[in-house]
Design a protein around this ligand. Structure first.
Ligand SMILES: NC(=O)c1ccc[n+]([C@@H]2O[C@H](COP(=O)([O-])OP(=O)(O)OC[C@H]3O[C@@H](n4cnc5c(N)ncnc54)[C@H](O)[C@@H]3O)[C@@H](O)[C@H]2O)c1
Length: 344
């Protein structure tokens, strides 16, 4: 029988998830699209053939004709919405006994992430798969495989670059840490199989730190002694560009973006950049959602997917990063005890 999915939040990501569920996920059906704006919910529902549209997320989660929830509402007071929605909606899905694929981050508050962890631990099973989809991206997976098969030798450094065309209005350096960097925090931790021990955050001298899209440059130290640097530059102007290189004792691995063509003309040769993240990570979103469908069907949590514990780890390091930025100091993180429910 088809797994009936409700999508909550029908903005950029929610509409993309609705498209994937409707067109690219055999065995799933798009049952309801819910958005705080009924008009937006209806538009996405009509476009992707959902059975129903709603503006009530809690009622949507509780519906008898909904088997699983995909949360793509905002995490943070971006511009219009005053709500931190992910953790409360994840808790509502757990309460209803339904698996949820929750867009990142689980919460910007590590305390709220702990609430979700506690709810899962008290029920003795996992419900929440977290949308750190880079774990499913073929280039990051090859990078991790090169480390795991021993061909790189021991990992010593990982470089990460996250560049966007233009930051949204009022997007500060702190938001670069809490909103953009969680992907890098998670994927570097996943590739290296390590946890963070300390974080330092820098901004280029001479820039106004409150300026929209002010870049940040982070250096993280892992409990295995590796160094991870992360550049977040959301005003890079030229395109959406995510780069990474893992450096081992015997070699290194670079990420390649899936670029299909190279154009020549006027004594130049060039490749195109996408304006946002969707084309770069299209395959990762599809594979992530496929893994979620399998999780709903079997109850087996996907081995490489991020879970509530990973959400907590990302929130903790982001909080420490904001602290490091504000104080201009290296901030250390205490070791955290992972509940046995979270196996990988
Ligand atoms: N995985 C990724 O690569 C990736 C990329 C971009 C954004 N995101 C995450 O996806 C989430 C959504 O981002 P977006 O860019 O689609 O935002 P968006 O602003 O385009 O869309 C959010 C939608 O949620 C609706 N909404 C607000 N509060 C709601 C509520 N309580 N219940 C139901 N709907 C509500 C809004 O009306 C809006 O339509 C964010 O948390 C963001 O961090 C993830």
């Amino acid at each position: 029988m088809s797994v009936r999915i409700a999508i909550i939040g029908a903005g950029i990501m929610g509409a993309d998830h609705a498209r994937i569920v409707a067109e690219d996920l055999p065995g799933a059906s798009l049952q309801v699209v819910c958005d705080a704006s009924q008009e937006r919910a209806r538009k996405a529902a009509d476009e992707y053939g959902a059975g129903d549209a709603s503006d009530d997320p809690l009622a949507t989660i509780r519906r008898d004709d909904v088997d699983a929830i995909l949360i793509a509402s905002p995490t943070k007071p971006m511009i219009a919405s005053p709500d931190e929605t992910h953790a409360p909606l994840a808790l509502a899905a757990i309460e209803a006994g339904k698996p949820a694929l929750c867009e990142k981050p689980l919460s910007q508050s590590s305390k709220e992430c702990q609430d979700v962890i506690e709810a899962e631990v008290s029920r003795g099973r996992q419900f929440v798969q977290l949308g750190f989809m880079r774990r499913f991206d073929p280039s990051y997976r090859e990078m991790k495989a090169a480390l795991d098969d021993g061909s790189l030798g021991a990992a010593i450094m990982m470089h990460n670059f996250h560049r966007n065309v233009e930051a949204p209005a009022n997007f500060t350096g702190q938001m670069a840490i809490t909103n953009s960097a969680p992907h890098e925090f998670d994927v570097a931790r996943f590739v290296l199989g390590a946890d963070y021990k300390a974080i330092s955050v820098f901004q280029p001298a001479g820039i106004d730190a409150s300026r929209t899209g002010a870049p940040v440059f982070m250096v993280l130290e892992t409990d295995k002694g590796q160094l991870v640097n992360i550049e977040i530059n959301n005003n890079a102007a030229y395109g959406y560009d995510v780069r990474g290189e893992l450096v081992g004792e015997n070699g290194s691995v670079f990420l390649n973006a899936p670029i299909h063509t190279r154009q020549n003309g006027r004594l130049m040769s060039y490749e195109r950049y996408a304006p946002d993240w969707r084309p770069r990570f299209a395959e990762a979103y599809r594979l992530q959602n496929k893994a979620f469908l399998n999780f709903v069907r079997t109850g087996e949590f996907p081995p490489i997917a991020a879970d509530a514990w990973d959400g907590y780890c990302a929130a903790r390091v982001a909080e420490a990063g904001v602290d490091a930025l504000v104080k201009g100091a290296r901030i250390t993180l205490a070791r955290a005890e992972k509940p046995s429910l979270y196996k990988h």
